[in-house]
Design a protein around this ligand. Sequence first.
Ligand code: GDP
Ligand code: MN
Ligand code: MN
Length: 245
Amino acid sequence: MSVQVTGVKNIPLIKKGDNLAEIICKNTEFADGDIICVASTVVSKAKGYTKALASITPSEDAYRISKMTKEDPRFLQGILDTSKEVIIEYPFILSEVPCGHVGVRAGVDNSNIEGENIILLPKDPSAEANDIRDGIKKICGEDVGVIVTDTCGRAFRRGQCGTAIGWAGMSAIRDFRGDHDLFGLELHITEEAVVDEIAAFSNFIMGESNNGIPVVKFSGCEKWKGHDSLYFTKEEDFIRKALHK
Ligand code: GDP
Ligand code: MN
Ligand code: MN
């Protein structure tokens, strides 16, 4: 497989109401089977998933956590409002958001937005990916896979990586179970999180600060087969169970 990876240039500063599919199609050409990664930050800005800190009234919980983390209680309230379940409160909030993704500070960000505002994760990132995919299909006729990404910290390892929080036009996981290795051994547990691998590399092109590259195109990825159960159920998730001991 030979894959070409390109940062899409000339995307403007995104504001509420912008049509991302249109903006993306204006700035790059597609071939059938291309995949794009779109930073959740611009999806949220386009859809208005942002909040002015001044508009947030912190709860008692936000004030309580703020005493420990020394963060702005309004910022913490934004995180709590975005969270479905808080797993850790200190030294940072780690929580699950409604789509099943687990992230530090629920993925709430105060960078790459002007003024005293915060960016929340899109509520249904796979639906957003699907909207962008449909939009691209309508505008330029090509069948393009879309991954909505966020930069996330990882357990056990230093350093953040791009992570897929939503996807459309592909399976999240390439399933190797039932395949045989080079020596004929049947694989029983190997499932590859391809959407995360692609998201991680896209983050290398996007960068974190002022690159201005929120969209990265991958051309030449071979198709894969699998499923979409990217998130462990609570029953399957031994690490999460251990955290609650
Ligand atoms: P996140 O990983 O989704 O939280 O997004 P980041 O804040 O890390 O931004 C990812 C990339 O998108 C970086 O290259 C940013 O400079 C860029 N970026 C963020 N917002 C905008 C925007 O409104 N317009 C453009 N052109 N780039 C943006
Ligand atoms: Mn982010
Ligand atoms: Mn990032």
